[in-house]
Design a protein around this ligand. Sequence first.
Ligand code: FE2
Ligand code: FE2
Length: 312
Amino acid sequence: MSDAILDTSSRMVVRRVPFSYTDTATAGTAPGHWNTNSPEFSQIVNSASLAMPYLEPYLIRSMREARKQITDLALQKDLDLYVAQEATHFRQHRKFNDTLAAAGYQAIGPIEDRLRRDYEVLGTKRSLRFNLAYAEGFESMALAIGHMLIEDRVFLFGDSDPAVASLVLWHFVEEIEHKNVAFDVFAHLHGSYFWRMVGLVYATSHIFWRTGQGYRALLKEDGLWRDLKSRLRLAKVLVRIIKNILPRWFHIWRPSYHPSQVADPKWGRDWAKLFDANPDGAANLDTSRLRETVPVAVPSSVVGTQAQKDGL
Ligand SMILES: [Fe+2]
Ligand SMILES: [Fe+2]
């Protein structure tokens, strides 16, 4: 892979990205359809986004619990950076999710109630070993999803709302940055192949099940669930996503697997450089130019800095 970089070092950076969703409400033909070419992919992403303020705090709680038993100082430092990145992720998603709720989706309340309950039960009733296995399973799957999103960015995000596309791509650039941490924490404290696989299968099934329930409810509310053309578009995007992820997901099953074996996409590293030079631009990618090998910002973008005002 000529555009991939194999690098086992950790380069986690906690970024305050100034996303602004002020255009989102007016950009789509319906609320939440930030990608007007694909209301179905929009709702898949929206459903996944609704999980983040419940899933990521649960990961943070598990990792903080694990920290008490970690003796390796470098791993403690990585864990702290991981926690800081995840804390920023769920706050940014909550801000975006508020725009969906403000658009009037009635399904959001029940979706969030289910997620809140799930992660409360997992966090309080399951062992730390299980919760760390879940964290590692989720993170390895997120790494696979991150590669898929970046590789297929033109199809998935082309000509969509820059703020939402940038939010999702930023999140997964950072998922790729902290790819090693949950694995290393799990390996340091438990390291059982069996439990790693339990975590992978459980986390994958759980997230896909809840995301599926979420986008079905949102598409029903849009009046699209019984629309044949919409159903075909949904099937097409799901098949495309699953076809891309599946070989990566099975790679995680190897007993010798370590996330550092997965070469980082150059586009992700270039996004980080864009952020360093132009944070507003990194929050407003030009989605008509995703085909280019480096991320390009919306020209002379006039963007708000609400996120900075919110302390994100
Ligand atoms: Fe995250
Ligand atoms: Fe993560």
